[in-house]
Design a protein around this ligand. Structure first.
Ligand code: NI
Length: 169
């Protein structure tokens, strides 16, 4: 496994609409493992393939559900994800991104979403997520469409490294 370089704004690769994953071969498995390692090293709770310079509809997420007590982080590999259902309710919270160091902003997201995707072996799955997990999924799926949180934020501001560490994203 390897820690990959994270593409930083304003690199134009962050603005591409990523292509669907077609083949679930060995090189895809290696890419997924490298993305997981890169996300953990950053550290971050999510990483999309365009952020490591690959125009593919693939994102990894690792997050402990805040609603469960002493929850262990769960790992999600989302391939060709599609949001198929959203709640009417939305929630505004502070977001950041590994591709936009030291920036944060308030972003409105759906409170609950249902995502259809394939797992790392190509098996179809459906996940319903709420709260922060739903926010991370929406943020990562945006990356696959070339959308960054600063496009949706009502305000964007600079933070110190210490302040950044307090944001769970
Ligand atoms: Ni991001």
């Amino acid at each position: 496994m390897a820690v990959l370089d994270i593409v930083k704004f304003p690199d134009p690769r962050l603005r591409l609409k990523a292509k669907p994953v077609q083949t679930f071969d060995k090189s895809l498995q290696k890419l997924i493992d490298d993305m997981l390692e890169t996300m953990r090293a950053a550290p971050g709770v999510g990483l999309a393939a365009p952020q490591i310079g690959q125009s593919l509809r693939l994102a990894v997420v690792e997050y402990a559900d805040e609603e469960e007590e002493d929850a262990k982080p769960k790992t999600y590999v989302l391939i060709n994800p599609e949001i198929v259902k959203t709640s009417q309710e939305t929630v505004v919270a502070t977001e950041a991104c590994l591709s936009l160091p030291n920036l944060a902003g308030e972003v409105e997201r759906y409170e609950d979403i249902t995502v259809k995707a394939k797992n790392r072996y190509g098996k179809p799955m459906k996940i319903t997520a709420s709260g922060w997990l739903a926010r991370i999924f929406q943020h990562e799926i945006d990356h696959l469409n070339g959308v960054l949180f600063i496009d949706r934020a009502t305000n964007v501001y600079e933070l110190t490294d210490e302040e950044m560490a307090e944001i769970k994203d």
